[in-house]
Structures are given as structure tokens and as C-alpha cells.
Design a protein around this ligand. Structure first.
Ligand code: PLP
Length: 261
């Protein structure tokens, strides 16, 4: 795959919401950099606290409405690499630069040049105003989500049919979702439909990207290439988590789950 897309990928690919952060070229994260906290284990077993937005060369954050903080749509990319940052800025605005050190000539103060093919990927100022205000509440949102996840963990404890979310000692999960895995994946569809019919907003996250028709066509990916991701997908259901939920809501979800499984 690396050869086909022409980039060197180091380590595992993008991170899903159910997994701990990993060092990789590009990471997908679901939480604002200022509030995410994680730890990185070195060979000497020293645990270094760091933020998820600083682990990879570039980290993409989604501010879709279901996320910890939202701008309605859109997101951001963090990087500490100046060259990547300047490419990202150019890509965001049609591949255009106004950086005097990058221009091939100077025709006047209005002058800009298009150096690559980019698109209009700009988030609006209105959305950013919402995002800035959301960011102030992000810590409280994550605390509420973690409390709900703890309640899910307690409610599911000791139940062999269902495995709850697993948190590694060196990473702090922010619970954009609460992913469970069913011991009997063939029951997944019936359980999912049963919970939806009762009005619970469950979802499945995510369909492995290599199984999508686009990647199958363009990169030749196929089932069996990522067996662990495929096994996870086959058994997974995401239970609702949002800061306004109460522990009693968690108990209602789990009671319904027990009846459906
Ligand atoms: C850009 C984007 N769109 C949509 C979604 C939501 O997808 P789903 O409806 O499968 O939860 C997410 C996050 O999960 C997202 O980041």
C-alpha cells in the first residue's frame, strides 16, 4: 500500500476511537489537543505524559457534531513541522501562497501564486467562534464522558457476552463513543436493530477503510488484509455517550442491551 500511495507510513495507520494513541505519520484523533492527555512508553519504561496532538507528525481532529467539541463540521490539523504547516496552509486555500519567500516574483502587494492543486478547505470564522467557546468547556465534557464510561464499565463487568471498552494504563481514553464487542458477532445486527427500535442511538464504528469499494478499486485491498480490524468491526456496537447523559441513562441502555443480546 505504501508503494501505491507513494508515501512512507511508519507504524500503525490512523487511530480509531476505540484504540489507544500510537506513533504514526498521520493520526486521526477525536478530541482537542489542549485537553487530550496520554502517555508514551519508552524502552526504559519511562512514562512521558503528552497530548495526543503531539504524537504524530500530523494529527487530524474532527469537530463533527458528535465529537467532544464541535464546530458543526470541519476540524483542524496539528503539526510541529514548519514545512508541513506551510504545505497545509497552501492546500487549504486552493494551493495558493502569499509567502514572499516562496513567490517566484513580486508584482505588487496583491500578488499571490498557486503552487499546487488545492481546494477550499477553510473552516468559517463563525464555526471557529463556536469552536473557541466549546474549547473552554472541553475539560468538563471529557470528565462527564469518562464518568459515563466508568458507569458503563461497572454495568458490564463480569458479563461474558459483551466486552466493554478497554483503557490502557498509559493512555487516557476520552470516550467519543463507548465501543462494546459482542462475544457472538453473528448476533450483532439483531442486537443493533433491537436497540435502535427501542430508540437508542447506537452506531457501529468503523467499517474498515480497506473494505470500502474505493480502496478496493484503487489500491486492490480486500477482506483478510487487516484481520484484527475486521474482527473488531464484526463484533462492535458503539453505545451512546454524551455529556448530558446521566448514570441512570447508562443503566437503561445496558438493561436494554441485556434483553437484546
Ligand atoms: C467527519 C465525520 N463525519 C461523520 C462522523 C460520524 O460518523 P457516524 O455517523 O458513523 O457516527 C464522524 C465521526 O465519527 C466524523 O469525524
Amino acid at each position: 500500500m505504501n508503494q501505491k500511495i507513494g508515501h512512507k507510513l511508519s507504524g500503525p495507520g490512523p487511530m480509531g476511537p476505540a484504540g489507544p494513541p500510537r506513533k504514526s505519520v498521520t493520526m486521526i484523533a477525536d478530541i482537542g489537543a489542549a485537553i487530550a492527555s496520554c502517555s508514551f512508553r519508552t524502552a526504559g519504561m519511562v512514562v512521558i505524559p503528552c497530548s495526543v496532538g503531539t504524537l504524530a507528525d500530523m494529527t487530524c481532529f474532527s469537530f463533527h457534531p458528535v465529537k467532544h467539541i464541535t464546530t458543526g463540521e470541519g476540524g483542524l490539523v496539528t503539526t510541529d513541522d514548519d514545512a508541513l504547516a506551510s504545505k497545509l496552509r497552501m492546500f487549504r486555500t486552493h494551493g495558493i501562497t502569499k509567502d514572499p519567500t516562496a513567490l517566484t516574483r513580486d508584482e505588487g502587494p496583491w500578488y499571490y501564486e498557486q503552487h499546487v492543486l488545492g481546494f477550499n478547505y477553510r473552516i468559517t470564522d463563525f464555526q471557529c467562534a463556536l469552536g473557541s467557546s466549546q474549547l473552554k468547556r472541553a475539560g468538563a465534557f471529557v470528565r462527564a464522558r469518562r464518568a459515563l464510561a466508568a458507569a458503563y464499565g461497572r454495568a458490564l463487568e463480569g458479563w461474558e457476552d459483551v466486552t466493554g471498552a478497554v483503557e490502557r494504563p498509559w493512555a487516557r481514553h476520552s470516550y467519543h463513543l463507548y465501543p462494546i464487542r459482542l462475544a457472538q458477532p453473528r448476533r450483532r445486527r439483531a442486537v443493533f436493530e433491537g436497540l435502535r427500535a427501542r430508540g437508542f442511538g447506537v452506531q457501529v464504528h468503523y467499517i474498515p477503510v480497506h473494505l470500502q469499494p474505493y480502496y478496493r478499486r484503487v489500491l486492490g485491498t480486500r477482506p483478510g488484509m487487516c484481520p484484527r480490524a475486521e474482527a473488531f468491526y464484526a463484533a462492535e456496537i458503539s453505545l451512546p455517550v454524551f455529556p448530558q447523559m446521566k448514570p441512570a441513562d447508562v443503566r437503561r441502555v445496558v438493561a436494554a442491551l441485556r434483553e437484546e443480546v
